[in-house]
Write a protein that binds this ligand. Structure first.
Ligand SMILES: NC(=O)c1ccc[n+]([C@@H]2O[C@H](COP(=O)([O-])OP(=O)(O)OC[C@H]3O[C@@H](n4cnc5c(N)ncnc54)[C@H](OP(=O)(O)O)[C@@H]3O)[C@@H](O)[C@H]2O)c1
Length: 254
């Protein structure tokens, strides 16, 4: 089995300032993983997550990253390398591509600008950030891409977003294929309806009840429903899980 021998694993988690990414960061740290998390528009929240982890005996740093700005990725990789050096390593183990945005428009109202923003953040950024960081990943590491239930079922107003997330599921399999020479695994985790600020939140009470009614477990998800699972994947307990899409939705639209 190809795993590395470093005592403390290190994860890079994009979009760790809020919502699901914050929960992944905190729960990964609770499992002993050192965390490099990123923020974009909310530096205070990103730094507060890192401070919370450090105050609880973990190890974390928050770095600025706009996943839509590929020209900054090389400089970001340099910052990651510097942090790794400070932590006595020259590689990291887990990359969680979590940062994302939604914008709700019907197909007929979707402009090229909306389309481009969605694809730049949710797809192009994932591709090129992974391309940039993979050389820094340890043999036997793992990439987790955050997908969406909307890649499996169609819902009005999120056509571009849902199709992009289906692309993420496919890209995940390509990562698993091409990075197999380093025994790096790649899996996508697809949240259902999770109660975060994502896309302006989950709306009024009747909408929330509607979503709960479509869900076998009868409720919306919480960030920790996803964060706890992803953190549990960041270990050798999942060592033979590769190129898979795993939905964390309480059973929505089954
Ligand atoms: N919530 C749901 O129902 C749901 C369902 C399925 C899938 N997902 C997926 O789960 C992931 C996280 O969603 P969430 O619910 O946690 O959303 P959220 O609460 O809105 O948080 C989004 C995170 O992404 C970061 N981010 C946004 N744009 C960015 C950019 N251009 N560059 C870098 N970081 C950026 C934000 O950073 P700043 O705040 O610092 O800007 C924030 O940390 C996304 O990939 C989303 O597609 C969510």
């Amino acid at each position: 089995m190809e795993t590395n021998n470093h005592n403390q694993k290190i994860a890079v988690i994009t979009g760790g300032s809020r919502g699901i990414g914050k929960s992944i960061a905190i729960n990964a740290a609770k499992r002993g993983i050192a965390v490099i998390l990123t923020y974009n528009n909310n530096p205070e929240q990103g730094k507060a997550v890192a401070e919370e982890i450090n105050a609880n005996g973990g190890k974390a740093i928050a770095l600025k990253l706009n996943v839509a700005d590929i020209s900054t990725f090389s400089g970001f990789a340099d910052e990651v390398s510097k942090t790794l050096k400070d932590w006595g390593r020259d590689s990291f183990d887990y990359l969680v591509n979590n940062a994302g945005i939604a914008q709700r428009t019907l197909i007929k109202d979707t402009t090229e600008a909306i389309f481009d923003e969605l694809i730049n953040v949710n797809f192009k950024g994932v591709f090129f950030l992974t391309q940039q960081l993979e050389p820094l990943m340890e043999n036997g590491g793992q990439i987790i891409n955050i997908s969406s239930g909307l890649a499996r079922f169609a819902f009005p107003t999120v056509a571009v977003y849902g199709a992009i997330k289906a692309g993420i599921d496919s890209l995940t399999r390509y990562f698993a294929k091409e990075f197999a020479d380093k025994k790096i695994r790649a899996n996508s985790v697809a949240p259902g309806a999770i109660d975060t600020e994502f896309g302006g939140g989950k709306g009024d009470e009747s909408h929330r009840q509607q979503i709960a009614g479509m869900t076998a477990l009868g409720r919306l998800g919480e960030a920790d429903d996803v964060g706890l699972f992803v953190a549990s994947m960041l270990s050798d307990d999942s060592r033979f899980v590769n190129a898979q899409r795993i939905e964390i939705s309480g059973g929505i639209y089954i």
